[in-house]
Design a protein. Structure first.
Length: 225
């Protein structure tokens, strides 16, 4: 089991450390609070740990359902876009305070996880394989996998927010302004990407249904899939 868990940690880190909306948000919030990454990681775990349990119980197929993926992508994309615009507007108002940061960081971790289609796809594929293998070692194997994977998230996100906070201390206000600008732009980019991807899938699904089939004798049209 130790060899499996070591492999699982390495696989988890490859997903955890990949740049994405969660990382961009943590860096932006970390410019005001070094602990923002820890709070975001807790919100992320609120979504991730129950999701892992559902996959263990055989409900992972729900993540592969077309309309589930599309709905998550649309909602997540909209939230990311709104959040990115808010970050860009906060540059002039300088309202991105630590108190506001603390109150909303956990919710950001929840929504950015649940609304990220790539997060769901990772768990439906790579993550499901890890969970299946952990089940061979019984409940201790699954719980160890869940804890270690979440700790990878926690340590990495905490490190990002701490480095962002130290960067602001060393480089001053300009650093924070640059971080907010870059992070806001990235969130808008990811949001637009999620929304366009969802719309593209909907259009592709519609085209697969084929053109309307006309019944001449009745003058009616019906769509056949």
């Amino acid at each position: 089991m130790f060899a499996f868990l070591l492999e699982a940690v390495l696989v988890s880190l490859s997903g955890v450390m990949a740049p994405g909306p969660l990382s961009a948000t943590v860096v932006a919030r970390g410019s005001e609070s070094p602990h923002a990454g820890a709070v975001v990681a807790i919100g992320h775990g609120i979504v991730e740990l129950p999701l892992m349990a559902c996959i263990l119980l055989g409900l992972g197929f729900l993540l592969e359902q077309f309309y589930v993926r599309v709905a998550m992508a649309l909602v997540g994309g909209l939230f990311l876009s709104v959040m990115g615009v808010g970050m860009l507007r906060s540059i002039k108002r300088t309202e991105f305070a630590a108190s506001k940061n603390t109150r909303s960081s956990m919710m950001a971790g929840i929504v950015l996880s649940a609304g990220n289609p790539y997060f769901l796809v990772w768990w439906a594929t790579v993550g499901a394989t890890l969970i299946s293998r952990s089940a061979r070692f019984g409940m201790p194997g699954f719980l160890s996998l869940a804890l270690l994977h979440w700790l990878c998230d926690f340590v990495w996100l905490y490190l990002l927010s701490w480095l962002s906070f130290k960067g602001k201390e060393l480089l001053g206000k300009r650093f924070q302004t640059a971080i907010l600008g870059i992070s806001g732009a990235l969130l808008i980019f990811f949001g637009a990407r999620f929304i366009l991807g969802a719309v593209g899938e909907l259009l592709a699904q519609r085209s697969l249904a084929g053109p309307p089939y006309v019944i001449p004798c009745l003058g009616l049209a019906s769509r056949v899939s």
